[in-house]
Design a protein around this ligand. Sequence first.
Ligand SMILES: NC(=O)c1ccc[n+]([C@@H]2O[C@H](COP(=O)([O-])OP(=O)(O)OC[C@H]3O[C@@H](n4cnc5c(N)ncnc54)[C@H](OP(=O)(O)O)[C@@H]3O)[C@@H](O)[C@H]2O)c1
Length: 179
Amino acid sequence: MRLQDNVALITGASKGLGLEIARLYAERGARLVIAARHSGALEQAAAELRQKTEVVSVAQLVLPQMRARATGVIINVTSDAGVEAYAGWGGYGASKAALEHLSRVLAEELAGSGIRVYVVDPGDMNTEMHRHAEPGVDLSGLPGPEVSAPAFVRLVEDEIWGFGRFKAQEMAAVAETGR
Ligand SMILES: NC(=O)c1ccc[n+]([C@@H]2O[C@H](COP(=O)([O-])OP(=O)(O)OC[C@H]3O[C@@H](n4cnc5c(N)ncnc54)[C@H](OP(=O)(O)O)[C@@H]3O)[C@@H](O)[C@H]2O)c1
């Protein structure tokens, strides 16, 4: 699927990984629907992205429209905490495990519909969420979200994968080294 002239809905697009993916999608000519909870940061992101593409905030009830068009890609962002047990990360890990299973079920429900479903673990990143989760810990050695974001372009544009769990930083390493 080409991103050019298609519409992408990105939740959590005001900062971090979501904003980085929105920038890449905008550069490739996708029109954007973006969402987050805090309107200030969201409007700031929208103003930046509008320099490259058409942007609106909000969207519910997307799936019926995708079904009607018989095309589309859903990418849910998970974490290694959804499969590994980290002390103190129970709520977060359980919600990610639930999201992964929900995605698996959705992929079954959408089989043959033309809509693809993927789960992506972006890997450890130096973002606001991670800094808040581990106050006082030096995260400057971690990659930023710009390393993980290109995987979200490949999954849309390369129409070669069925449902699966992908690791964005491993995909970036393969793209760089060819291995
Ligand atoms: N950073 C890591 O090391 C890491 C590792 C593994 C997985 N992840 C996953 O990667 C994703 C992006 O995280 P990030 O590190 O890029 O975080 P971030 O920099 O803090 O950005 C999070 C974005 O999500 C929005 N958001 C948060 N809660 C929301 C809600 N309930 N509804 C709608 N929007 C919401 C935030 O805006 P508002 O606050 O205004 O809503 C913001 O735009 C998350 O799913 C996270 O679990 C991150």
